[in-house]
Design a protein around this ligand. Sequence first.
Ligand code: URA
Length: 239
Amino acid sequence: MGDPFFVFMRLDRLIGHLAQLGRSTVRTHLATGHVSVNGTPESNGLREIGSFETVTLEGRTLQSRTPRYVLLHKPAGIVSATTDLEHRTVIDLIDEPWAPDLHLAGRLDRATTGLVILTNDGTFSTALTEPGAHVPKTYLVTTDKPVSPEALAAFRAGMPFAKERTITQPAIAHAITPTITRLTIYEGKHHQVKRMFSRFEIKVIALHRESIGRYTLENLPPGEYRIFDAREEKQTPAG
Ligand code: URA
């Protein structure tokens, strides 16, 4: 299992950690040309190594990881977690040998359907999820009663969330029908959409995420996934 938050680590520390060696042994290996980075001998133990660079010690691979990016259409009933004792998880839907290396760039509630992004690239997932990035997430929200113009206006203005001591970013909110709203929010607080509607005593009866930044489901059927290469893309994940 990869560590999603390891982005760069000093070469000497990385070798010590992965090969379980003491500092002086690591120094000797570096000085005697036993260490290679991406196929080239490296003696500088201070070099910062990215989590997708290949490191070998005496020809033995210590680190070799390929960045992976997956768009998944999560069906209802599947848990947005990497492990769960009771329910199937999003990882269970990804039929790839490297699936256990993935982590989620933003969760959905178990009953919520739609777009989930998984990756083993901590830089990418942080860019999508860090609160300051304000990456837009668009949901189709089906409610038990009509959504009033006052509720839509409050969503657009931003709403106080006392628990987090904050005000939500102004959302984009459009009524598709009286009980179906398309809502774009710019953060991902716990149960955010349901909490926004519940302020107006409106219950969300179906919630579906259509997009995260410029990533969309297109016509991916529920339960299916698509592998993509985020490194080929020039823009930021927010689009
Ligand atoms: N807001 C919610 O309330 N639930 C989700 O799954 C996503 C956003």
